[in-house]
Design a protein. Sequence first.
Length: 344
Amino acid sequence: MTQAGRQGSPRNRGQRPTQKSSGAQSNSGSFGGRGNAARGGAKGAPKGSQRKRGERPQPKGTGAAPFANERFGRNLGAVQRPERKNPAPLPQHKPRTRAEMNEEGIRLQKVMANAGVASRRVCEELIEQGRVEVNGQIVTELGSRVNPETDVIHVDGVRVQLNENLVYMAFNKPRGVVSTMDDPEGRPCISDYLRAGTPERLFHVGRLDTNTEGLLLLTNDGELANRLSHPSYEVPKTYVVQVRGPMPHGVGAQLRRGIELEDGLAKVDSFKLVDSTPGFVLVEVVLHSGKNRIVRRMFDAVGFPVQRLVRAKIGPIGLGDQKQGTVRKLGKQEVGHLMAAVGL
């Protein structure tokens, strides 16, 4: 949409629109913010042990730390690959012979260092400790070479993104912003919050209605965006809901059992009371469904219309203390955890 299409709004691309103040809005848009998952995870399998196909090595708990200089993602713990009823097949990669890994391509530790995993010396330690996989095979030889354009590298189960042209961002959408890149009616939209130079072709993962706030993931990685949005991958989404109180016992159990809506049965995976004060209640719910306005319709059905709704997390990625209206790049660990959640 051209700038002329916005009536009375002569903003340049990259300039953020002024938000009207509201008593119901906070800076974070998540009622104080929700932290990421706590640290955790089992130690890696002993050297020489056999793992099932698709099972990734886990951090040793000591020694070299990959991605140690990153600000975001350090508290995500070990990679979590939730089991699904009908899992998609793992990506197939052509096996590489020992000779090929020693003669062709670029040294593995150099590729890892260039991708921001750690210094080359630390990358060498990670390789020697058996914490690095190339195309699903553990590599422990420092002379191994890889092709960054075709090979897939994991460190402690975290996928290392080698394509520098792919971007991954988190946007904390304010209320009143439309979940589109351009809006023919001239309403504030996602592109108003992007800096100049951001790739034009970005996918937003999931949608939020105009009155719903919170996390939207933005990327030009079409495969990841498709998997995160597809219901078969069952990526959980966490919402914080404000309704009028008090709320009687039994509402949470009712939502967990399921509510019959016009388009079928809908239920939450978890229901937790966050806060209760005279006049209103804050509830945190987690669900996999991506149906239109599903949270609002479920709470309407149990007699508690939503006053304010914020999406706080998508899979392992949370808003934390990110302010409303801001966009930030995801850390490499965060991207790796997102990919693991959908089998990449």
